[in-house]
Design a protein around this ligand. Structure first.
Ligand code: G3H
Ligand code: 13P
Ligand code: ZN
Length: 307
């Protein structure tokens, strides 16, 4: 893989210094990746293109890297290929060997010392290959790779400091009340910004990552339900909280998957019903791609602190 002159390391340094967050968006096919890259280009900003273990299995590692490389080559703004929620050393090694810019080793469900041990092993291998590593401390609830995680545990700020020092990770994902998927809150959305501030006091100027940051907009949920879907009671993070977190804290990367999925599905449901005679899949996929592109653009703006 040809290394780009703008590395993900310098992108994080800039985000930390200038107080904005880089959007990290999950992709699993050509259209989602095109939407992310085209939005980054239109907004003249770097983007992180994330692949979960499930998506990696779905597309295949070689296809993933080749598709990314082919699309990114023509772009003026940098984009980085990232493994999201790698659960083992082996999957991280596979991504590193294939040419990913960055990997996340997610040992957050392990006891502290085991998480440290696994993360250190990945950092050592990634370092040799110039690859960026994200670790996680604290647990988010929600659905990841079809596995439902019921118990969340807020990040302990002192543990976060010890974790960063012992592992040598380049960034750390923390749990402050967000969760994966479309059902994040049963009542009012509430994030523990107080815990985030305490983590920052412990870590000093160090890049923090926020997962589970989809806003699950009511408009899109209603569109899906109106067109025959059934995702009642879905609720996401408040956009206002996100704008504040990105512009006044050390959060340098914000992860979004669910909002793009919702947009994709809403578009397909609406257009399939509206055009019953159409049998060209490209007709439906290109509309979905355009709509996802707009969602990515609005997220990029939000992560720059603009509501
Ligand atoms: O954090 C998890 C992402 O939402 C990925 O989900 O494993 O179903 O692709 P997935
Ligand atoms: P959402 O489910 O809120 O989009 O979070 C995605 C995520 O954190 C991917 O790692
Ligand atoms: Zn996540």
């Amino acid at each position: 893989m040809k290394r780009k002159p703008d590395t993900i390391f310098s992108a994080f340094e800039k985000a930390l210094k200038k107080r904005f967050a880089i959007g990290a968006f999950n992709f699993y096919n050509l259209e989602t990746l095109q939407a992310i890259l085209e939005a980054g280009e239109a907004m003249e900003t770097p983007v992180i293109c994330s692949v979960s273990e499930g998506a990696l299995e779905y597309m295949g590692v070689d296809t993933t890297v080749m598709m990314f490389e082919a699309l990114v080559e023509k772009k003026k703004f940098p984009a980085y290929l990232h493994l999201d929620h790698g659960k083992s050393f082996e999957v991280c090694k596979k991504a590193i060997d294939a040419g990913f810019d960055s990997v996340m080793i997610d040992g957050s469900s392990l006891p502290f010392e085991k998480n440290v041990e696994l993360t250190k092993q990945v950092v050592k291998y990634a370092d040799k290959n110039g690859v960026f590593v994200e670790g996680e401390i604290g647990t988010l609830s929600g659905v990841e790779d079809s596995v439902v995680v019921k118990d969340s545990k807020f990040t302990d700020p002192k543990e976060a400091k010890e974790f960063v020092e012992k592992t040598g990770v380049n960034s750390v994902a923390v749990a402050i009340g967000t969760s994966h998927g479309a059902y994040k809150f049963s009542g009012e959305p509430k994030l523990r910004i107080d815990i985030l501030s305490e983590i920052e006091s412990e870590l000093g100027k160090f890049p923090i990552v926020l997962h589970g940051a989809s806003t699950v907009d009511a408009e899109i949920v209603n569109k899906i339900n109106k067109e025959g879907g059934n995702i009642k009671g879905a609720k996401g993070v408040s956009a206002k909280d996100l704008a504040l977190i990105c512009s006044e804290h050390n959060v340098c990367k914000v992860n979004v998957d669910t909002d793009l999925r919702l947009c994709f599905i809403a578009s397909l449901r609406k257009n399939l019903r509206a055009s019953p005679k159409e049998i060209n899949p490209r007709f439906f996929l290109s509309s979905a791609r355009e709509e996802m592109k707009n969602v990515v653009k609005s997220k990029i703006k939000l992560f720059q602190g603009k509501l």
